[in-house]
Design a protein around this ligand. Structure first.
Ligand code: ADP
Ligand code: MG
Length: 361
């Protein structure tokens, strides 16, 4: 039987924090760390999955792809993709698939979307499916939302599919328009994991969403996407302070994404980097989704020559920072940050020096 393979890259969020559920805009990049899958068609109408992260294979009959629990729950991402493709009437039959990856799971680099996208691309090849890239992103998100049961936006899957080497991915969450924008030349992306897992306790996340929606109701607009910073300032006295600050973060992030696109188009990495620092400052004071460890990392990055910008990436409450750094100083910067971060916090952080990469599709 012919064995085929596919690859789904991870991603970093560069600007546009918590904008997705506010109909907003976001800039990300696919990176050269990825989930790779290899597999072949099986004649017996079973789906058999193996991963290097687990000694146990998972085998499910195609006629009943059940949600896995406990140690086997990693299999829900590929099972979810197979299930969603079948529900959408794509002729997916039995297959065997082996998963390997150099993307650390749970580090905020979106290994889950990378796994979904890699699986979907393999199934497209194995069963000769034609699926447009945006449709593919939505099917993968549906697998994560409905089968795995995680409420994520579209960014992760879009980045993994639409990424381009040397380019950022711009996503407008309202119109679902996607565009590639050139990243500054001679720069690299330095992801630094704090060693502290996401503390995205449901309650915190829901509070942020609720306050954003409270601002929308008070301002009488369809979404925070429709609010400018000037509009928000003018209405400040009518808003509860927390509602104001949560909204100010999202409104500011949308404006920083638009300003950031202009800087990128002009090749102005220095100004883009300043927006990244401003984004983090707003996370710190307005949205309060930073942590002491993330703050230490951004402060250390700020002092380090060759760092253009740095901020928390992803949901916050733990996880990782992303820094835009000069390529020729990148390794030295990564080493310095690792040493200084451990000295300052006692935590073992980990730097991942990334390049922007082509997407899966
Ligand atoms: P993130 O997407 O930020 O890495 P998530 O919690 O959304 O974090 O997804 C991580 C989950 O994705 C893991 O717990 C695992 O279930 C699954 N996963 C990631 N990489 C692999 C892999 N190589 N093999 C099997 N499952 C994986
Ligand atoms: Mg994920």
């Amino acid at each position: 039987m012919n064995s085929l393979s596919a690859r789904g890259p991870g991603r970093v969020e560069l600007l546009g924090n918590h904008t997705d559920y506010n109909d907003g805009v976001v800039l990300s990049a696919a990176i050269n760390f990825a989930v790779t899958v290899q597999g072949e068609v099986r004649a017996d109408r079973n789906v058999t999955l193996h991963s290097t992260i687990s000694p146990q294979a998972v085998c499910e009959p195609l006629s009943r792809l059940d949600k896995q629990t406990g140690d086997a729950s990693w299999a829900n991402y590929p099972l979810g993709v197979a299930s969603c493709l079948r529900e959408a009437d794509y002729p997916v039959e039995g297959f065997e698939m082996r998963i390997s990856s150099d993307l650390p799971p749970g580090a905020g680099l979106s290994s889950s979307a990378a796994l979904e996208v890699a699986t979907a691309c393999l199934l497209m090849k194995l069963f000769s499916l034609e699926i447009a890239p945006m449709e593919l992103a939505k099917l993968c998100r549906r697998a994560e939302n409905d089968f795995v049961g995680v409420k994520c936006g579209l960014l992760d899957q879009v980045s993994s599919i639409f990424g381009k080497r040397g380019q950022a991915v711009y996503l407008d969450c309202r119109s679902e328009k996607v565009e590639n924008i050139p990243l500054p030349p001679q720069t690299e992306l330095l992801v630094f994991h704090t060693g502290v897992e996401h503390r995205l306790v449901g309650g915190e996340y829901n509070e942020r969403r609720e306050r954003c929606f409270a601002a929308v109701r008070a301002l009488g607009v369809p979404a925070l996407r429709d609010v400018t910073a000037a509009h928000l300032e003018a209405a400040r006295s009518q808003l509860d302070d927390l509602v104001y600050r949560r909204a100010a973060h999202v409104v500011g992030e949308n404006e920083r994404v638009f300003a950031g696109i202009d800087y990128l188009r002009n090749g102005d990495g220095a100004s883009f980097g300043k927006l990244m620092f401003a984004s983090h400052a707003s996370s710190r004071t307005n949205f309060e989704n930073s942590t002491p460890e993330l703050d230490v990392l951004v402060d250390l990055a700020h002092e380090e020559p060759g760092v253009l910008g740095s901020r928390l990436t992803g949901g916050g409450f733990g996880g990782a920072t992303i820094s835009l750094v000069e390529a020729e100083r990148a390794e030295e910067i990564a080493r310095h940050l690792e040493e200084k971060y451990t000295a300052r916090t006692g935590n073992q952080g980990r730097a991942y020096l990334c390049e922007s990469a082509d997407g899966a599709a």
